[in-house]
Design a protein. Sequence first.
Length: 465
Amino acid sequence: MQKTFIGPHLRRLRSERGETQGAMARALGVSTAYVNLLENNQRSVSVAVLLRILEVYGVDWRDLADSESAARLADLRVATQDPLFDGVRPDAAQLRAALVHSPMLAEAFLTLHRAWQAASDRLSSLAEAEAPGLAATPESAVHSVFRRQRNHFAELEALAEAFWGGAAPERDEVYVALKARLAARAGIAVRLVRVEEMPGALRDYDEGRREIRLSEALDHPNRVFQLVHMAGLIEHGAQIDALVARSGIAEPRSVVRLRVELANYFAAAVLMPYAAFLAEARSTKYDLDLLATRFGVTYEQACHRATTLQREGAQGVPFFFLRIDKGGNVTKRFSATSFHLAEYGGACPRLDVHTSFRTPGRIVPQFVEMPDRSQFFVFSRTVDRPTVSRTTQDNRLAVAMGCAIEHAGEVGYAEGFSLATLRMTPIGINCRICPRANCDQRAHQAAILPQTVSEKRRGVTRFDG
């Protein structure tokens, strides 16, 4: 049987209640030394003691389970592939031992490495006089929260499943049903307005007038999505606030951003119920265009939902999601994989998500390999944003979905490729922190590569000396 270690969780539980180790020991009927050993992960917890903890402190067993260990191990493996650790790179067994016996030290190491990556990236991309502080952006903070949860929130799934209180309305009646629900439960009217009446916005909630205004620029799936989003914030604001509080995020911009993304998650879960969406995803081999049509959502919304199918015992393919604009800027990212998504700046230019702008609306498949030798199947496609006037045409973005190579056989877009004879495209996170020294697509001198450019030799790029 697998041993269960609860050290950091037990220490937090004790600290929250202001107890000493001795007081906790007396409450549990064990010795102070045993509590100390448990908190330092030098002993695994027995079933009897675990049940006693649940009884005495009234906590949910899931609050003590080490659900983050897999994500933390993946984070450690990615971090230690950095060229900084050449020659002193710990193996997987050593990393697991660090998580078990010194979880706070492992967390401190990851924090330090992330700060070093952020500093390297910022310092190489911004002039010194213009460089802001190295604090995480709201997007980065939100991504960290979703990553710790493996992009899955059981509480929001439960709320979504209970949303209609029975059988959901027919897909072509959902919009009308949502308007009626908001009027009956919250006294809120929904009004479709002309672009001129609400320039520069797609949705606005006037709390004083109890009115939600939707721009006529939104297509039907997005009008429905916006109404479910608002219903989530209005009806389940307390539950969303509890998730925000549990995240540990306090910076005001990040708090608002997290609330928005959690409401988006809720809306996707309502419109694409977990069990039904997973069953259709498996039967269609993740044909996301067909899934979008079947559930009355957009292609991008179907992609988002596919990344959240990580329920224990009913897991889908673990995907990462990346969205970029025509300038190469990463505008949104989610991941249920070990794939390390760019924190700042653009994605790797060798990733074919950029190429998809040349073939709008068509799937572009690709097999890639990261510097740590991990391999992924990635497929990309463009998506269009709402157009509100002739001066804002071609608001096009590109999205990429990817999974570890061992899951490629479950995805229809990978059919027709022989995994035994594939040629992998070597990619990195982005140029500023990529260790590939002789890449013919390099756009910046990597901050982590020490070699200088040669005066006597011109390589494929000006950074290859």
